[in-house]
Every structure is written in structure tokens, then in C-alpha cells.
Design a binder for this molecule. Structure first.
Ligand code: ADP
Ligand code: MG
Length: 509
């Protein structure tokens, strides 16, 4: 079917209606399952009553589209009982009241309920849970407890190593430790910054901290000088990213360096493709496998797909959104390359938008400053590459725009997962043009799996085969320049895009 011709007549695809129904489900207390209610904002109904009510209700409403419940599956030998309150940690694991008092949340999320007892029982954990569902605390809290209660924290060695794909995420994980342990002197968490790396390699006796949070490329450079003799815990946050082709060489080197040590391992992500899961499970001993709506977009994000016709059409669409007030800050705009990020920045800054840009070619200081300014609402619209797609938690991001269709389902799920976090609602809009024949199918499939009611033409689109998926991931779509003045792709431009245009890589970390 020539759906691009159909769309070029101006059809706009919108799943907001479908999501209005989704929202209704979330509000409808008796339909909430334990697994969907990540933040326990709804009290759980008695299952019998719930079943009876649902049966009664379902009769007259049977014509309504069924919105699938989020599923969870916890497997492995001797699955520990989940905690239902943070206070359970004091009773069952002797976690100190002072540590528990630092947690400002009313109840654990589902991933926290299941993973924290697993961690404290010294189990290897492979966990998949949606973006924004609180995976960080699921490992920061048990590490903090273990290190605070350890008798001798006197050795200089690293006790817990946390690997993440970007510097911004490393800083964020450190902040989570700081919130929990401010004032405590029992252990120190550090990010492997450029200056720490320099000190470690030049000064004798420089300390890496009891908890070291690092990105792969930098950690590889420090392996030779780090002391891992006391290492007991290894966390791979955004594990699938750390194992994919862009990071695999560094991650491999790190794991090879740690081989032979008895470690408790925790690997987490919102997306764990089966190949990565198999690889991860091979590295673990009797793991606890916690799968909470694996591979699905967060249910709190309203997803919309907009046909923009051409590159110039995308720019016009953004300007239109500015005019109509649809672009309510804070907004994140994802593009596929550094060049495109800079080009879009120059267009929007010219329009007087309070905008900034972040990508792997800005310095570490600039990147930190931009994220801080965005967090403080001094920047309203932040243009970024996939460097911000993973893990970043900015409160209240209202809207994510995929100016360029992402290159994989995982990239899509993580990008749109920058909104709709911690139980809040969010919106995501993806622009596509006739150049996006294949990769838009990937987005549509995620939308279908997330329970969006999709249009007839979307239903008829097939899936993308594995080979094409691989190609799309490695080589971005060729696009005309970002400008309202249509310019043709030049060989020079294209070769520039090719070097910078792949999904987040270790080079950009
Ligand atoms: P994930 O890693 O799953 O994407 P994060 O760990 O970044 O999610 O947490 C997302 C947001 O949820 C953060 O702002 C965090 O403070 C908040 N959060 C964490 N745990 C809870 C909880 N138990 N209840 C409510 N909010 C929480
Ligand atoms: Mg996270």
C-alpha cells in the first residue's frame, strides 16, 4: 500500500483518543493491577471484589477495546518475598531507621519491592522495568545499607562498581547516593570524572571511592590503576546499551578484567532484547529474573505520530506548535546527529526560543551546565542526540519530540521515557517523512504493543525483519539539511552525518 502518498495529502496520525481510554483505565481504581500501579497511588482492591466488579461491568461494555494490563514475571530459584513498605526493610533486613527516613516516597515501586530483597539476599538480578519506574533506588538503597553496616570499610578498594552509558547518568546516580547518605561518613561514592581519572593515574594513593560510578570508555582507561580486591557488587544500569555494538568492546574488556571474582551482579534496563538477556544470564549465577512490562513504553506517555512530509515540513510543524502553544516547556527534541542538533538549534534560537543543545561533541562542563539549566527550567527547549535518551530524570518534562525517527525500538522507548516519569503523565510526538518507510514501522509496533489504538493503515503494516532492523540501527536515514531553505544533500554533508549519526556510542558517552 502506498501509505506515504495517502499521508502526503496531510493526514495526521494521533493516538490521543486511544490514550484517553488508557488514562481512563488508570483512573478506574478497580481495574488497576498491582503491576500497573508502579507508584501505588491507588489502594489495591480486594481481588475477589475486583473480579466480581469487573465481570458485572464488562457485560454492557464488552464492545470497548480491551487495553492489556501490564504483566510482570518474577522467576528464578527461591524468589524472595517482595517488600510492601520501606519499613519492611527495617524488620526483615535490619536497615537502619535513619536510612529509611531519607526515602521520601510513600511506598516502593514494583521493581523496588522485588529487587531490593533480592539484592539484600545477595542474589544476581536481571531486571526489566519501564522507564521512570524507580530502578535507580532499587540498587542504590541496598548498596547504601550494605556499605553502611559493613564492619570494616577501611580498605581503599572499590566495593561497588556501577557502569552506566553516559556521564549525565553517572552524575544522577551519584545524586541518588547523596540524597540517601548525606552526612554519613561510612562510605564514599564517586563518579569517575576526567579529573579523578587524572589523579588516579598520576598520584600515588588517590582513592576511587567505595562506590565508583563510571562510563565504559573512561573506566577502561582506569582499569590498570584501580583496586578491585574488595569489589563485591557490579551494577550495569541500561545494561542492553552497555552490551550493544557501540559499547560492547569496552564492556567486554571490563568484564574480562573482573573475571574470576565472586560478585553479586545486577543488570537493569527498560528494554532487554532476548539476545542481550541470554548474554546477561550467562554471566550470572542462579539469577532472579524480574520482568515488569518488558520492552514496553511507559503507560503514562501519550504517543503521537505526525506526518511532516519533508524536512522543511518538520521545521514548519515545530513553528506551528510554538504558535499554538502546543510546545509547553520543558520540552526535549531528539535528532539523529550532532550536525542536525546544531542546525536545529540555530533555527530555533533565531526564532527567539529559549533553547539549548546537548550532544557528545560539547565538553563535559558544557554538558553538565546545560543539564543543570534545563533541570532548573532556565532552558525550556533542549535539543539533543541519543546521549540524553538513557536514564536522564528531569522532573516534569511535558513533551518529547522525535524530530527524527529513532533508529530502534529501544531508542524510541528510552527517548519517550524522558517524560511520563514517576507516575506523571507525558506526551511524545514523532515526526516522519517519506524517508522513514522502514523505521516508522518500528515505532508503530511499539505503539501497538503499548496498547495504543492504531489507525487502519498502521495495522496493515508488517513488521521490520531482523536484517533491516540491524541496518537501521547502524546506519541512520539520509536526510536533507535542517533549514526552511530546501537544500540538497551533498556528498560532504552525508559523509559527515555518517560518522556522527549512529545511536549513542562509546565515543559520545
Ligand atoms: P528508572 O531508572 O526506572 O527510569 P528512576 O530511578 O530514574 O527511574 O526514577 C524515576 C523517578 O521516580 C525519579 O524522579 C525518582 O526520584 C522517582 N521515584 C523513585 N522511587 C520512587 C517511589 N518509590 N515512589 C515515587 N517516586 C519514586
Ligand atoms: Mg534508570
Amino acid at each position: 500500500m502506498d501509505f506515504f502518498r495517502l499521508l502526503s495529502r496531510g493526514t495526521k496520525l494521533d493516538n490521543s483518543e486511544a490514550f484517553a481510554k488508557n488514562d481512563k483505565v488508570v483512573e478506574d481504581e478497580d481495574k488497576i493491577t498491582r503491576s500497573l500501579d508502579f507508584f501505588h497511588t491507588h489502594s489495591l482492591p480486594d481481588p475477589d471484589v475486583c473480579e466480581k466488579k469487573q465481570k458485572k461491568k464488562s457485560e454492557p461494555e464488552s464492545h470497548e477495546p480491551v487495553i492489556p494490563y501490564r504483566k510482570s514475571k518474577i522467576t528464578g530459584p527461591d524468589v524472595p518475598h517482595p517488600i510492601t513498605t520501606f519499613q519492611d526493610l527495617a524488620n526483615r533486613f535490619q536497615v537502619s531507621e535513619s536510612l529509611i527516613s531519607r526515602i521520601k516516597f510513600p511506598a516502593p515501586t514494583q521493581i523496588q519491592s522485588e529487587a531490593i530483597p533480592g539484592f539484600l539476599h545477595d542474589r544476581d538480578i536481571l531486571a526489566s522495568a519501564p522507564t521512570g519506574s524507580g530502578k535507580t533506588l532499587a540498587y542504590v538503597l541496598p548498596i547504601a545499607h550494605i556499605l553502611q553496616t559493613q564492619k570494616q570499610n577501611t580498605t581503599n578498594g572499590i566495593k561497588a562498581l556501577i557502569l552506566v552509558p553516559t556521564k549525565e547518568l553517572a552524575v544522577q546516580v551519584l545524586e541518588a547516593f547523596t540524597i540517601l547518605t548525606r552526612g554519613s561518613t561510612t562510605f564514599k561514592a564517586k563518579v569517575l570524572t576526567k579529573s579523578l581519572l587524572a589523579r588516579l593515574t598520576s598520584e600515588t594513593g588517590a582513592k576511587a571511592g567505595d562506590v565508583l560510578i563510571a562510563t565504559p570508555l573512561r573506566l577502561v582507561r582506569a582499569l590498570a590503576v584501580l583496586d578491585f580486591d574488595s569489589l563485591r557488587h557490579l551494577v550495569l544500569d541500561e545494561a542492553d546499551k552497555l552490551f550493544d555494538h557501540a559499547f560492547a568492546p569496552q564492556t567486554d574488556d571490563i568484564l574480562a578484567h573482573l573475571r574470576g571474582r565472586t560478585l553479586q551482579k545486577t543488570f537493569l534496563s527498560a528494554t532487554l532484547p532476548s539476545s542481550i538477556e541470554t548474554l546477561a544470564l550467562n554471566l550470572m549465577t542462579a539469577p532472579l529474573r524480574i520482568l515488569i512490562s518488558p520492552g514496553q513504553a511507559a503507560a503514562t506517555v501519550t504517543q503521537k505520530l505526525t506526518y511532516a512530509g519533508s524536512e522543511a515540513g518538520k521545521l514548519l510543524a515545530i513553528r506551528q506548535m510554538l504558535k499554538t502553544g502546543e510546545l509547553t516547556p520543558p520540552v526535549l527534541i531528539f535528532v539523529q546527529s550532532v550536525e542536525r542538533a546544531n542546525a536545529l538549534f540555530h533555527e530555533l534560537v533565531y526564532d527567539g526560543v529559549n533553547v539549548d543543545v546537548i550532544h557528545g561533541e560539547r565538553t563535559e562542563t558544557q554538558r553538565r551546565a546545560v543539564v543543570q539549566r534545563f533541570k532548573k527550567a532556565e532552558v525550556w527547549v533542549l535539543i539533543c542526540t541519543d546521549v540524553l535518551a538513557r536514564g536522564i530524570d528531569v522532573h516534569g518534562v511535558n513533551l518529547v519530540i522525535n524530530y527524527d525517527v529513532p533508529q530502534s525500538a529501544q531508542a524510541y522507548i528510552h527517548r519517550i521515557g524522558r517524560t511520563g516519569r514517576a507516575g506523571k503523565q507525558g506526551k511524545a510526538v514523532t515526526f516522519f517523512t517519506k524517508d522513514d518507510v522502514e523505521n516508522v514501522k518500528i515505532v508503530i509496533n511499539v505503539m501497538k504493543e503499548s496498547g495504543c489504538v492504531v489507525e487502519e493503515w498502521m495495522m496493515r503494516l508488517g513488521k521490520v525483519d531482523k536484517k533491516t532492523k540491524k541496518q537501521l540501527k547502524r546506519k541512520p536515514v539520509e536526510r536533507d539539511n535542517i533549514s526552511t531553505q530546501p537544500r540538497k544533500r551533498t556528498r560532504k554533508n552525508h559523509s559527515k552525518e555518517k560518522t556522527n549519526g549512529t545511536e549513542l556510542s562509546a565515543k559520545e558517552e
